[in-house]
Design a protein around this ligand. Structure first.
Ligand SMILES: [Zn+2]
Length: 182
Protein backbone atom coordinates (compact mmCIF):
# COMPACT_ATOMS: atom_id res chain seq x y z
CA UNK A 1 0.00 0.00 0.00
CA UNK A 2 1.49 3.35 -0.91
CA UNK A 3 1.51 5.92 1.87
CA UNK A 4 0.78 8.98 -0.22
CA UNK A 5 -0.45 11.70 2.14
CA UNK A 6 -4.08 12.63 1.54
CA UNK A 7 -5.29 16.20 1.87
CA UNK A 8 -8.73 16.10 3.53
CA UNK A 9 -9.39 19.65 2.36
CA UNK A 10 -8.95 18.54 -1.26
CA UNK A 11 -10.23 15.02 -1.08
CA UNK A 12 -10.50 12.98 -4.24
CA UNK A 13 -13.76 11.20 -3.44
CA UNK A 14 -13.78 9.17 -6.66
CA UNK A 15 -10.35 7.77 -5.92
CA UNK A 16 -11.16 7.12 -2.27
CA UNK A 17 -14.22 5.17 -3.39
CA UNK A 18 -12.29 3.27 -6.06
CA UNK A 19 -9.77 2.17 -3.43
CA UNK A 20 -12.40 1.51 -0.76
CA UNK A 21 -10.03 3.49 1.42
CA UNK A 22 -10.64 4.78 4.92
CA UNK A 23 -9.34 8.03 6.37
CA UNK A 24 -9.55 9.45 9.86
CA UNK A 25 -8.22 12.38 11.78
CA UNK A 26 -9.13 15.39 13.88
CA UNK A 27 -9.25 19.14 13.52
CA UNK A 28 -9.12 21.77 16.27
CA UNK A 29 -12.61 23.21 16.65
CA UNK A 30 -11.12 26.68 16.05
CA UNK A 31 -10.57 25.70 12.39
CA UNK A 32 -14.33 25.21 11.93
CA UNK A 33 -15.29 28.79 12.68
CA UNK A 34 -19.06 28.53 12.15
CA UNK A 35 -19.23 25.61 14.56
CA UNK A 36 -16.76 27.25 16.98
CA UNK A 37 -19.16 30.22 17.19
CA UNK A 38 -21.71 27.90 18.83
CA UNK A 39 -19.23 26.78 21.49
CA UNK A 40 -18.97 28.53 24.84
CA UNK A 41 -15.26 28.00 25.47
CA UNK A 42 -14.52 27.04 29.06
CA UNK A 43 -11.30 26.32 30.91
CA UNK A 44 -11.09 22.73 29.70
CA UNK A 45 -8.91 21.45 26.88
CA UNK A 46 -9.59 22.95 23.43
CA UNK A 47 -12.35 21.06 21.64
CA UNK A 48 -11.54 18.86 18.67
CA UNK A 49 -13.61 17.44 15.86
CA UNK A 50 -12.97 13.73 15.30
CA UNK A 51 -13.79 12.46 11.84
CA UNK A 52 -13.65 9.35 9.73
CA UNK A 53 -14.59 8.60 6.13
CA UNK A 54 -14.71 5.44 4.09
CA UNK A 55 -15.09 5.34 0.34
CA UNK A 56 -17.16 2.69 -1.40
CA UNK A 57 -17.91 1.78 -5.00
CA UNK A 58 -21.27 0.04 -5.26
CA UNK A 59 -21.46 -2.06 -8.38
CA UNK A 60 -24.50 -1.49 -10.59
CA UNK A 61 -25.61 -4.14 -13.04
CA UNK A 62 -25.21 -2.80 -16.55
CA UNK A 63 -24.04 0.64 -15.44
CA UNK A 64 -21.33 2.67 -13.82
CA UNK A 65 -20.69 1.86 -10.16
CA UNK A 66 -22.12 4.27 -7.59
CA UNK A 67 -19.72 6.41 -5.57
CA UNK A 68 -20.40 6.49 -1.83
CA UNK A 69 -18.71 8.12 1.09
CA UNK A 70 -19.53 6.99 4.62
CA UNK A 71 -19.03 9.94 6.88
CA UNK A 72 -18.68 9.94 10.66
CA UNK A 73 -17.74 12.80 12.94
CA UNK A 74 -18.04 13.76 16.58
CA UNK A 75 -17.43 16.88 18.64
CA UNK A 76 -18.03 17.82 22.26
CA UNK A 77 -19.54 21.28 22.54
CA UNK A 78 -20.72 23.58 25.29
CA UNK A 79 -23.82 25.14 23.77
CA UNK A 80 -25.74 28.06 25.21
CA UNK A 81 -28.72 26.83 27.24
CA UNK A 82 -31.79 28.69 25.95
CA UNK A 83 -33.32 28.71 29.43
CA UNK A 84 -30.48 29.89 31.73
CA UNK A 85 -27.91 30.97 29.10
CA UNK A 86 -25.29 28.82 30.81
CA UNK A 87 -23.14 26.26 28.99
CA UNK A 88 -24.83 22.92 28.32
CA UNK A 89 -22.57 20.06 27.32
CA UNK A 90 -23.55 18.19 24.17
CA UNK A 91 -21.85 15.41 22.26
CA UNK A 92 -22.77 15.99 18.63
CA UNK A 93 -22.30 13.04 16.31
CA UNK A 94 -23.05 12.32 12.69
CA UNK A 95 -22.89 9.02 10.83
CA UNK A 96 -24.31 9.07 7.35
CA UNK A 97 -23.79 7.63 3.92
CA UNK A 98 -23.47 10.18 1.14
CA UNK A 99 -23.82 9.32 -2.51
CA UNK A 100 -21.89 11.28 -5.11
CA UNK A 101 -23.07 11.69 -8.69
CA UNK A 102 -21.50 13.37 -11.67
CA UNK A 103 -23.45 16.62 -11.82
CA UNK A 104 -25.66 19.03 -9.86
CA UNK A 105 -28.84 18.33 -11.85
CA UNK A 106 -28.59 14.59 -11.22
CA UNK A 107 -27.77 15.25 -7.55
CA UNK A 108 -30.84 17.46 -7.11
CA UNK A 109 -33.14 14.96 -8.84
CA UNK A 110 -31.87 11.97 -6.84
CA UNK A 111 -31.72 13.88 -3.56
CA UNK A 112 -35.45 14.55 -3.85
CA UNK A 113 -36.34 10.87 -4.25
CA UNK A 114 -33.74 9.16 -2.05
CA UNK A 115 -33.52 9.03 1.71
CA UNK A 116 -29.73 9.32 1.66
CA UNK A 117 -28.08 12.61 0.78
CA UNK A 118 -26.82 12.99 -2.77
CA UNK A 119 -24.05 15.42 -3.67
CA UNK A 120 -22.45 16.41 -6.93
CA UNK A 121 -18.98 15.01 -7.33
CA UNK A 122 -16.39 17.74 -7.56
CA UNK A 123 -12.85 16.95 -8.59
CA UNK A 124 -11.89 17.55 -4.98
CA UNK A 125 -13.97 17.86 -1.84
CA UNK A 126 -13.33 20.10 1.14
CA UNK A 127 -14.12 17.46 3.74
CA UNK A 128 -13.75 19.90 6.61
CA UNK A 129 -16.45 22.16 5.20
CA UNK A 130 -18.75 19.18 4.60
CA UNK A 131 -18.21 17.88 8.14
CA UNK A 132 -18.88 21.36 9.54
CA UNK A 133 -22.12 21.65 7.52
CA UNK A 134 -23.32 18.26 8.73
CA UNK A 135 -22.42 18.91 12.38
CA UNK A 136 -24.23 22.27 12.28
CA UNK A 137 -27.34 20.49 10.97
CA UNK A 138 -27.04 17.93 13.76
CA UNK A 139 -27.01 20.50 16.57
CA UNK A 140 -30.04 20.51 18.86
CA UNK A 141 -32.47 23.25 17.73
CA UNK A 142 -33.04 24.46 21.28
CA UNK A 143 -30.14 23.43 23.50
CA UNK A 144 -31.01 23.40 27.19
CA UNK A 145 -30.24 21.63 30.44
CA UNK A 146 -32.60 18.92 31.59
CA UNK A 147 -32.32 20.79 34.86
CA UNK A 148 -30.62 24.18 34.90
CA UNK A 149 -27.78 24.51 37.46
CA UNK A 150 -28.80 28.06 38.41
CA UNK A 151 -32.17 29.18 39.78
CA UNK A 152 -34.43 30.63 37.11
CA UNK A 153 -35.93 34.11 37.55
CA UNK A 154 -38.85 34.22 39.99
CA UNK A 155 -42.32 35.17 38.70
CA UNK A 156 -41.89 38.55 40.45
CA UNK A 157 -39.25 39.40 37.84
CA UNK A 158 -41.74 38.99 35.01
CA UNK A 159 -42.50 42.71 34.68
CA UNK A 160 -38.81 43.48 34.25
CA UNK A 161 -38.44 40.61 31.82
CA UNK A 162 -41.41 41.89 29.78
CA UNK A 163 -39.90 45.32 29.52
CA UNK A 164 -36.54 43.86 28.45
CA UNK A 165 -38.24 41.60 25.95
CA UNK A 166 -40.08 44.50 24.34
CA UNK A 167 -37.90 47.63 24.33
CA UNK A 168 -40.06 49.15 21.60
CA UNK A 169 -43.12 49.17 23.82
CA UNK A 170 -41.10 50.91 26.53
CA UNK A 171 -39.83 53.39 23.97
CA UNK A 172 -43.34 54.06 22.68
CA UNK A 173 -44.42 54.84 26.25
CA UNK A 174 -41.58 57.34 26.63
CA UNK A 175 -42.53 59.01 23.36
CA UNK A 176 -46.16 59.32 24.41
CA UNK A 177 -45.11 60.89 27.68
CA UNK A 178 -42.74 63.28 25.88
CA UNK A 179 -45.34 64.54 23.41
CA UNK A 180 -47.83 65.10 26.24
CA UNK A 181 -45.54 67.77 27.69
CA UNK A 182 -45.22 69.95 24.58
ZN1 LIG B 1 -29.81 25.90 31.59
Amino acid sequence: MNAKPVDALRLDVAQLAAEGAELAGQWPLSELTRLADMHMAGDGPAAEVQWQVQGELRPVTGGAAEVWLHLQAQVELDLCCQRCLGPVHETVTIAKPLRFVSDEAQAAALDAEMEDDVLALERTLDLRELVEDELLLALPLVPRHAECPVPLPMPADDAVADEMANPFAALAQLKTRGSGQT
